[in-house]
Design a binder for this molecule. Structure first.
Ligand code: T6T
Length: 315
């Protein structure tokens, strides 16, 4: 199996329950709110959070909306504010719509750490931790260029406008395309985090422009659907797909040759850093305002070697 059992993540979600920490009954209470439930990126982040919390004697509750949608994430945050944890680690689903509910948490005395995504005004947060999303988008372009040095048409399949991470990835990619006159951008299309929609976008785009050479899929579900779309069009291997994220299914697509490169983030590190910064704030130390985590480019060449540990957890 491509999934890895990392120490400290015994598999399975806590499902909103809390686990006893090593430090006993006086440990801090941390609430983690995912961008969406059931996403291997956030599951891996949860593993990092739970391991770090356990070491510190803190307890963690985990919740995520059914869809990557601020109207579903807001009520979760409202309920958490009422339950008064010591810290809130959250991946906001929209740069502006989630500002007021998260501000209310900070105003209630809860230490807020933004993990993965951020807000237009993140000033209520004691720390923000994310990948170099813009740089990751540029790296995705480099991978397409390596497969197609002659240039050609490229398309971005993103999620929704207003998500800081995927917007930054698309921007980094588009800037890199602009810097190379042999490539032509067909723009950014939004799949609403639905693989089926991403597949439809890609099949329609390939019908209109059969000479597309590369597709940048800006997250897990965009990549899953883009791979399906290229397959349905019978263009497996002819069109280079580079996807952000590296769940077991993406790795399988890479090995099968449908997808040519994956930009794997470090969700476990984002999570454990998030706990460390929340604890710093709670203990009266000065947290780091921003932390940028790295990424690994996974290809067929390194997937069973150096990059093996970069694959996300699925449980
Ligand atoms: O790519 C990650 C995350 O960084 C992004 O903010 C939303 O999508 C993912 O969770 C992957 O599905």
């Amino acid at each position: 199996s491509a999934s890895l059992a990392l120490a400290g993540c015994a598999g399975g979600s806590t499902g909103g329950g809390s686990s006893a920490g090593a430090g006993g009954s006086d440990g801090y209470k941390i609430a983690f709110v995912q961008g969406v439930a059931g996403d291997e990126f956030y599951i891996s982040m949860q593993c990092g959070i739970e391991a770090a919390a356990k070491d510190a004697g803190a307890t963690v509750t985990v919740q995520g909306p059914e869809k990557f949608d601020p109207t579903l994430q807001k009520p979760i945050v409202d309920a958490i504010v009422a339950s008064k944890p010591d810290a809130l680690l959250i991946a906001p689903t929209d740069v502006s719509a989630m500002e007021a509910p998260i501000k209310a948490a900070a105003d209630a005395g809860i230490k807020v750490v933004l993990v993965d995504t951020t807000l237009e005004d993140p000033s209520m947060a004691v720390s923000q931790i994310s990948s170099d999303n813009k740089g990751g988008g540029a790296a995705a372009f480099d991978a397409i260029k390596e497969a197609h040095p002659e240039g050609g048409k490229v398309l971005v399949v993103s999620v929704d406008p207003g998500i800081s991470t995927t917007d930054a990835r698309a921007e980094g990619f588009e800037d890199a395309v602009k810097g190379d006159s042999s490539f032509q951008s067909l723009g950014v299309q939004y799949s609403h985090n639905e693989p089926a929609t991403a597949a439809e976008i890609v099949t329609a785009a390939l019908q209109k422009d059969p000479d597309i050479v590369g597709i940048f899929a800006a997250n897990l579900f965009a990549a899953e659907g883009s791979a399906t779309g290229v397959k349905q069009a019978g263009k497996d291997g002819a069109v280079t797909i580079v996807g952000f994220d590296a769940g077991p299914a993406q790795v399988q697509a890479l090995k099968a040759g449908t997808v040519q490169a994956l930009v794997a983030q470090e969700p476990g590190t984002i999570g454990s850093d998030g706990v460390a910064q929340a604890l710093a704030a709670l203990n009266g130390e000065t947290p780091e305002a921003t932390i940028q985590t790295g990424f690994t480019i996974i290809t067929k060449d390194n997937v069973d070697g150096d990059a093996k540990n970069a694959v996300y957890q699925s449980t």
